[in-house]
Design a protein around this ligand. Structure first.
Ligand SMILES: Nc1nc2c(ncn2[C@@H]2O[C@H](COP(=O)(O)OP(=O)(O)OP(=O)(O)O)[C@@H](O)[C@H]2O)c(=O)[nH]1
Ligand SMILES: [Mg+2]
Length: 254
């Protein structure tokens, strides 16, 4: 497991978890949001933890492994989660089905008022080539089923396959509504499905900031509630009084 370990002053206020099948782009979405870049990734092992400061609040974001062998860890990562991002790949219908078949049950350990977002990633792969700036159909080394960015001497600098869209936004909306029913949440008391279903591209950055920042704004009431509950409780956190020291206190007599 890697990622920033918060010091006491940066203790997380709430937890957000990314779930979804392997290869859908969970890690890439987090890289895009946190570093504003699209890196080469390797399949996540176990999970990774990031801390995002949002105004005066600290939000922990957990990236989980989609590989079957790590499935058992999922419900542990979801424990106490305030928001869960259920991620699929818009070019892979099975990745949407997996959310319901394999991942939804992992969220039973999340908070009762947990917010769910359904996110279809890799929209760039389905875009008509005409809308991709500086891209052309094919290049000296690829078949026409690629969108290729060529440099001034017509050599490819970036190529990606053009894929069929297999999941429509309505499919994701229908899944979101089933999630609410599964959680026995009143649809009328929840944000509208259209608002909680996003389509993103970690590669181009499309809609990625909107996804995370919409959720951050939505978890603020939970943070405020948690903070006021902890203020109201009379528990004294010894850590708030600094590290315990074995040095004698100066100024006393004897
Ligand atoms: N074209 C395109 N490729 C993407 C996008 N997001 C991720 N990828 C690619 O998809 C592959 C998997 O991305 P990851 O972010 O590692 O996927 P993951 O969901 O974290 O996978 P696991 O860690 O195995 O669960 C990588 O080759 C990425 O470069 C995207 O928005 N567009
Ligand atoms: Mg990953």
């Amino acid at each position: 497991m890697r990622g920033a370990v918060p010091d006491r002053a940066r203790r997380p206020d709430v937890k957000l978890v990314l779930l979804g099948d392997m290869n859908v782009g969970k890690t890439s979405l987090l890289h895009r949001y946190m570093d504003k870049r699209f890196y080469h990734t390797i399949s996540t092992v176990g999970g990774a933890f990031y801390l995002k400061q949002w105004g005066p609040y600290n939000i922990s974001i957990w990236d989980t492994a989609g590989r079957e062998q790590f499935h058992g860890l999922g419900s542990m990562y979801c424990r106490g989660a305030t928001a869960v991002i259920l991620t699929y790949d818009v070019t892979n219908r099975q990745s949407l089905a997996e959310l319901e078949e394999r991942f939804l049950s992992l969220t039973d350990t999340a908070n009762d008022d947990c917010i769910y977002a359904v996110v279809g990633n890799k929209t760039d792969l389905t875009e008509p080539i005409a809308v991709r700036e500086n891209y052309e159909v094919g290049c000296p080394i690829h078949t026409p089923n690629y969108a290729c960015q060529l440099n001034s001497s017509a050599s490819p600098t970036s190529c990606s396959p053009v894929a069929e869209r297999e999941v429509q936004k309505e499919d994701a909306v229908a899944l979101y509504q089933r999630i609410l029913r599964h959680k026995a949440v009143d649809e009328h008391l929840s944000p509208p499905a259209e608002r909680m279903c996003f389509e993103t591209s970690a590669k181009t950055g499309a809609n990625v900031d909107a996804l995370f920042e919409t959720l951050f704004d939505m978890v603020l009431p939970s943070i405020l509630r948690k903070r006021s509950e902890s203020k109201a409780s009379s528990t004294i956190d010894l850590e708030d009084y600094g590290p315990v020291t074995s040095k004698p206190i100066k100024g006393g007599c004897c």
